[in-house]
Design a protein around this ligand. Structure first.
Ligand code: CA2
Length: 147
């Protein structure tokens, strides 16, 4: 059966490539989805790529992932640093999650060093810009045993 991976992006990531390119790079979210779909095709897997600016929609999407996806790659954006709701949702679904960030959150402001996702994720990739997305696909596939 073809493995399905959910790539879920949080608030403001729809603005990528349009503002603050010095922090997040020139790549748009559509460019990143194309990178992910190319990686998925090379690995023979299915990738569902989504974005929402709403915490509750992200929680609902995580709940709905149970039984549908073998793994999740989550760039929760700023909710990474605030959301107990996302942390609890990840804990409840029994689907492995790789935490992903474009920037190195540990080399930025103090408040970005705290992640509510990290304790419930299988691992974290950050600081590699858009290239982190295909790296995260490799990481989740290795974790679930199809790497
Ligand atoms: O580095 C990452 O991927 C982040 O998750 C991005 C979030 C930030 O709050 C996290 O600390 C780290 C912000 C995404 C906002 O993206 C923008 C893109 C263009 C213009 C403005 C914001």
């Amino acid at each position: 059966m073809t493995r399905s991976i959910l790539i879920l992006n949080g608030p403001n990531l729809n603005l990528l490539g349009t503002r603050q390119p010095e922090v997040y790079g020139p790549t748009t979210l559509a460019d990143i989805e194309a990178l992910c779909q190319a990686k998925a095709a090379a690995l023979g897997i299915h990738v569902d790529f989504r974005q929402s600016n709403h915490e509750g929609v992200l929680v609902d999407t995580l709940h709905d992932a149970r039984g549908k996806f073998s793994g999740i790659i989550l760039n929760a954006g700023a909710y990474t640093h605030t959301s107990v709701a996302l942390m609890d949702a990840i804990s409840s679904i029994m689907v492995p999650v790789v935490e992903l960030h474009l920037s190195n959150i540990h080399a930025r402001e103090e408040f970005r060093k705290k992640s509510y996702i990290a304790p419930v994720a299988v691992g974290q990739i950050c600081g590699f810009g858009a290239a982190g997305y295909p790296l995260a696909i490799e990481a989740i596939m290795a974790y679930i045993g199809e790497g």
